[in-house]
Design a protein around this ligand. Structure first.
Ligand code: GLA
Length: 719
């Protein structure tokens, strides 16, 4: 298993009828696993003293009429054969047999914060290891499982799921839907009966179904109340469920969604689930978000060297496929003056890539466009003090390419059976489980990185998997694992190269891909208004330093909306900032504005990329108030997304401040149109004032009257 667990004690279960429990703890929480008759989480919540023994009587439940004659626990791996009528944790068979296993606990290894539970069913010849680990600092729970075929013939796995119960008072769920250019749309709905199911069959994490669910009581909000957040770290097909049993018990379930016959275990082979990451907190959604961020910072992200996230410039919306070295160097000179620190050459640089219909797979520099290769461009960029980054889309192939003409059999599909799969963006997918194709890609990427001074790869993936066949069998799962291996192998050869995970924008955003990458291209939509919502949803799980956010041109290329520089700048500031447009020929005032927001981002970058993020409530659903804070400075944005609901902006109260400290308020940026929305501005907006923390927490300040699609940036500094 990839995650080592610290082992403090190992026991073999006794035959005593006395119930046994594991009590795991992290900084704030206790998690209780009842071991008999089958391991089940019976409590996960605020911490309590582990010195006092737990008694079975505390968990004894009534048995109703007209039901099975005993109470069936909601097990970590629910079993139909034990009488659980919910979604089983395991489904599979051995030529139609061994389809209903019932497991017994055979070994337990545990420490204060982790446990490994081994379950076995000798009749079905199956063994399961369940791994639970609480991160002691952040309270994040990691849950994963392994299934081992201990029989003498093949076992077909249909489903193998992770199950996490939650409290019956959590009768709301927040889920995430979306589409291209419209990722991370949140939806809060009641969860009363039956349940919610989300299936992603697109072969990548997807824009449509982000693998995360938040469960909470209706009264919980950003600032207060119990919250359980869950993310399933997997970049392929998945099924997530939030279920309510008819007796009111509730659980989340997450699994890699397997196609028929996709996973067949030969004797002694094993199959692992991806990892489920979950947080319980009794301090609202902000606390959940901060714990996920801290966990990502400490345990998921692996930066090769410096943690400072350089400001990016990306050429895509600035020039699309029109690559001319001199023009690119002019762009580089222009953006270096604005403060850009890393220049990324996007799609269009490789052999015959003049448009989206051709050339994917031929990862050699196009000498028609670059007669002297990329070196003069890279050198120019480096001389300007910027790092150089390059776009690639390794998993893909165009039929109009040298590699496809020479190796049509490298394509992922069922074409040899006579099926025809639809193309996506005119392209197809290479079969990464085909060793020749895999080796070709590894060598191509290795050569590029060896021959050029490339600090960064933007790793794109612009189509979904359809008919993903390898050697005629379904290969969605295997393709995802092979992608991870490809990135890992490349990183072993080039440990200092950073990678951005992009899939037509935010189609591949999850913790498992983030273990091997360093930034996400959040969305192809650079429209600041849309970005406010997209970034809000993404930030529940991902800290700002991995959330690519670019200032685009005045008119958005994806929505055709126009926004002033202030709204664009403030919106992009709260992520890993970049710029994406043609800077050559921009008017001086626009150039100055770019330089200003880049400068602001750099000034506040340590806070933005290490601080605690928060959202604050407003009386107007169209006002988004969010920020980031540390012990001395709080940076806050007020974004008015649509026409204000009321004639007054309401009050800004800041529970993130310290009650006994005093703060100076500075307006760092405000819409130029303020003079026309208000005849009189609130006094704190006219000159810098200081206020006492407890008064800002409780009384707060009047917010200004703002135009739709505008934003204001404030700082609160300890005096
Ligand atoms: C995808 C990405 C864009 C850009 C293009 C290039 O759409 O999301 O940012 O890189 O591909 O073809």
């Amino acid at each position: 298993m990839s995650k080592p667990y610290s082992h403090a004690s190992t026991h073999t279960p006794s035959s005593s009828s006395e119930a046994r429990f594991l009590h795991l703890q992290s900084a704030n929480n206790s998690l209780i696993v009842q071991l008999d008759p089958v391991p089940a989480i019976v409590y996960w919540g605020s911490q309590f003293n582990r010195d006092h023994a737990l008694s079975q009587e505390m968990f004894d439940a009534p048995v109703g009429q007209a039901r099975l004659d005993s109470h069936i626990p909601l097990a970590l791996c629910p079993e139909q054969g034990r009488g659980d009528f919910g979604s089983p944790g395991i489904e599979g068979h051995r030529n139609g047999k061994d389809w209903g296993p019932v497991f017994q606990l055979t070994a337990v290894t545990d420490s204060l914060s982790s446990a490994t539970l081994t379950l076995s069913d000798p009749r079905a010849a199956l063994e399961i290891n369940i791994y639970l680990e609480l991160d002691e600092d952040t309270d994040v729970l990691m849950l994963k499982q392994q299934l081992i075929n201990i029989g003498c013939n093949n076992y077909t796995v249909n489903r193998f799921a992770l199950t996490l119960p939650f409290d019956e008072t959590f009768s709301d769920i927040i889920t995430f839907h979306g589409r291209w250019s419209h990722e991370f749309q949140t939806q809060r709905t009641p969860l009363e009966h039956s349940g919610f199911i989300q299936e992603n069959r697109r072969g990548r994490t997807s824009h449509e179904s982000f693998p995360g669910i938040i469960a909470l009581p209706p009264s919980s909000n950003d600032l207060t109340g119990d919250v359980l957040g869950m993310h399933f770290g997997w970049s392929g097909n998945h099924r997530l469920q939030a279920r309510v049993k008819s007796d009111g018990r509730r659980y989340l379930q997450a699994e890699a969604l397997l196609a028929p016959g996709e996973v067949v275990l030969a004797p002694c082979e094993s199959f692992e689930t991806p990892t489920m990451y979950a947080v319980f907190t009794s301090h609202g959604l902000n606390s959940m978000m901060q714990k996920f961020h801290q966990y990502v910072r400490s345990s998921v992200l692996h930066f090769p060297q410096s943690m400072v996230r350089p400001v990016h410039f990306n050429t895509w919306e600035g020039m699309y496929f029109d690559h001319q070295p001199q023009r690119i160097m002019d762009m580089a000179s222009a953006v270096a003056r604005l403060g850009v620190e890393r220049f990324i050459l996007d799609d269009g640089w490789f052999l015959n890539r003049d448009g989206e219909t051709r050339a994917l797979g031929d990862w050699r520099v196009d000498k028609r466009k670059y007669p002297d290769g990329l070196k003069p461009v890279v050198d120019h960029i480096n001389q300007l003090g910027m790092e150089f980054g390059l776009w690639v889309e390794p998993e893909m192939v165009s039929k109009d390419s040298i590699v496809f003409r020479e190796h049509p059999d490298w394509m992922l599909g069922l074409d040899t059976l006579g099926y025809t799969q639809p193309s996506g963006r005119y392209q197809y997918v290479l079969d990464l489980q085909n060793l020749d194709a895999y080796h070709y890609l590894l060598v191509s990427l290795d050569t590029l990185l060896t021959e050029h001074n490339i600090a960064y790869l933007k790793w794109d993936m612009n189509r979904e998997l359809v008919q993903a066949g390898h050697a005629l069998s379904a290969a969605y799962h295997g393709q995802t694992l092979a992608l991870y291996k490809l990135i890992d192998d490349l990183k072993a050869r080039h440990p200092y190269v950073e990678i951005e995970s992009c899939a037509s924008g935010g189609g591949r955003i999850d913790y498992e891909v983030l273990k091997r990458t360093h930034r996400f291209w959040t969305s192809d939509c650079n429209d600041a208004l849309e970005r406010q919502t997209i970034q809000h949803g993404m930030q529940y799980f991902f800290p700002p330093e991995v959330m690519g956010s670019h200032i685009g041109p005045r008119q958005s290329h994806t929505t055709r909306r126009c926004h002033d520089m202030s709204f664009r700048g403030i919106t992009a500031l709260f992520g890993h900032m970049g710029a994406e447009l043609d800077p050559v020929g921009l008017e001086d005032n626009e150039l100055r504005a770019f330089a200003r927001y880049i400068g602001l981002h750099k000034q506040y970058r340590p806070l933005l990329h290490h601080g605690n993020c928060f959202n604050l409530p407003s009386h107007d659903p169209n006002t988004r108030i969010h920020g980031v804070t540390d012990d001395t400075v709080t940076l806050l944005a007020v974004a008015q997304l649509a026409m204000p609901k009321y004639a007054q902006g309401g009050r800004l109260r800041l529970p993130v401040l310290c009650p006994d400290k005093r703060y100076r308020i500075d307006i760092l940026d405000a819409p130029s149109a303020f003079s026309s929305t208000m005849k009189h501005k609130p006094a704190w907006m006219v000159k810098p004032l200081t206020f006492q923390g407890d008064q800002l927490i409780r009384i707060g300040l009047s917010l200004p009257i703002m135009d739709p699609e505008s934003a204001m940036l404030l700082s609160f500094t300890l005096v």
